[in-house]
Write a new protein. Structure first.
Length: 481
């Protein structure tokens, strides 16, 4: 079985990572009753012997050895040490290898240039050594997962510097990024600059990006906490989600005390749990992570996948009998289940992956795809652009769940809004001096990043012409060398 390394950058990335490791331990504890260090655990955790003051890895062997001391295959990076220090003092502190931490004191000041050019260059060698140590502990490293925000200085700046290092030093290892985009009313004035500067790096250097928007997460959590119905629930007349939904709350995990943004971070953690389920557990039709990029990314720059999770609550959250399996398929394509503010059903699909967990028959998957096909617009040259995966282990508290990953042109609306916010600041040259005064920061990067973003939007626009039956020859396809 392959292994993956999770890189948590900045306050947002580390808080999401904390929730992921907490919930991952809960899933494995439910399946691994005998405390055995087996292949599923080994995919994201190391088993170490720390009796003599130094952590030495215990080989997997036949997969029947006892767990001594689990350490997450994680690298924690933050230029403000507060969040990482809090994680280490919390109930999950012993899960993290203290040799795999990189922190500073003053922070990046919501400035991409400080994060990327100043701290990125200052800590480049230490980052490389830490990544090397994480990689060497793996028998078959397959994927780096990068968790970060786009609006802050460390998440956007140091995060994209890390992506550059990964591309240079590990070109054959898949680079998956879960990037949290700011809302339109973000309290960081310079977040449009940070996001657009980071976008150029994600477009050029990542293999796959799963964008998540703060506003979409906030709306999902508000519906769950207030008991409001989603639009799809209202159409069916079902009862409201109860307060403290298990998908959004910390109940059942190692850490019981809820912190600010925990609800939103839990939703993203569940996304990562479902995405990595095939790497962590067995299944009849498991999807390897490299199959996602191979099947969902027909063009090298258009590697942004719109995600949705269904259900957004467990059976304990609602006064209903178990939901029909067909309904979770319908929900996954509803706009209020998407983790960005968009409606993919009104845009063009290039490809779509459905990753299911639980006791589901392959025939049920095929039947639901046939049922939904007529309501979805697929590009004319890829009408059969579906990739399906089936993991036999369901999430805790649910009989089954579904993660949808769609390469869909609806993402261009988020990009257009981001570009508009950037232009409002940039045309007045507001706050530019905070960036240009940083050593190594070239003012031309602003125009280059804006051009890169506009070019990306234009590529989505060209594909949208397929709605009218117009072939697209201008967008470069992936080449087989």
């Amino acid at each position: 079985m392959t292994q993956s390394v999770v890189i948590q950058v900045g306050q947002c990335g580390n808080q999401i990572g904390c929730r992921f490791w907490d919930l991952a331990l809960r899933e494995h504890a439910q399946c691994n009753k005998n405390g055995v260090y087996d292949e599923p655990l080994g995919s994201f955790f190391r088993n170490v012997d720390s009796r003599h003051g130094k952590c030495s890895d215990i080989p997997l062997g036949d997969g029947k050895g006892k767990i001594k001391n689990l350490k997450a295959r994680a690298v924690l990076v933050d230029m403000e040490e507060g969040v990482v220090s809090e994680l280490l003092k919390g109930p999950l502190g012993e899960v993290f290898d203290h040799q795999q931490l990189i922190t500073d004191v003053s922070g990046s000041g919501n400035n991409w240039a400080v994060g990327n050019k100043l701290y990125g260059n200052r800590y480049k060698e230490q980052i490389s050594e830490t990544l090397c140590k994480a990689a060497e502990s793996c028998d078959c490293l397959q994927t780096f997962f990068l968790l970060h925000s786009m609006g802050g200085g460390t998440g956007s700046g140091v995060g994209t510097k890390l992506l550059e290092i990964l591309q240079d030093e590990y070109p054959d290892i898949h680079r998956f990024t879960i990037a949290v985009y700011p809302s339109g009313e973000d309290d960081v004035i310079t977040s449009p600059y940070n996001s657009v500067l980071a976008m150029k790096e994600l477009t050029d250097k990542a293999d796959c990006v799963i964008p998540v928007e703060n506003q979409a997460l906030l709306d999902i959590c508000e519906k769950a906490s207030s008991g409001h119905k989603t639009s799809s629930q209202s159409a069916r007349g079902s009862s409201a989600v109860r307060r403290d939904s298990e998908i959004t709350s910390s109940k059942g995990g190692v850490s019981q005390r809820s912190k600010p943004f925990d609800d939103m971070n839990n939703v993203v953690a569940h996304l990562l749990l479902n995405l990595t389920s095939a790497s962590r557990f067995e299944g009849d039709l498991n999807v390897d992570l490299n199959e996602i990029t191979m099947n969902l990314v027909p063009y090298p720059r258009l590697h942004y996948l719109v995600s949705a999770i269904s259900p957004l609550y467990t059976l304990k959250d609602v006064g209903l009998p178990p939901r029909r399996l067909d309904q979770i398929f319908s929900d996954a394509f509803a706009h209020d289940y998407q983790l960005i503010k968009a409606d993919p059903k009104h845009s063009l699909y290039l490809a779509c992956a459905l990753i299911l967990r639980g006791k589901v028959d392959i025939s049920d998957i095929r039947r639901n795809i046939d049922r939904l096909r007529s309501s979805l617009h697929f590009v004319h040259w890829n009408q059969e652009g579906w990739k399906t995966g089936l993991c036999s282990v369901p999430p805790v508290g649910q009989p089954y769940s579904l993660l949808s990953l769609a390469n869909n042109t609806c993402f261009k609306h988020s990009l257009t809004n981001l570009r508009d916010s950037f232009v409002k600041l940039y045309k007045r040259k507001a706050h530019l001096h905070h960036y240009t005064q940083v050593d190594g920061m070239d003012a031309d990067l602003f125009t280059e990043s804006l051009e890169s973003l506009s070019s990306l939007i234009a590529e989505y626009d060209k594909l949208d012409t397929s709605f009218h039956g117009m072939p697209v020859a201008e967008v470069p396809r992936l080449k087989i060398l």
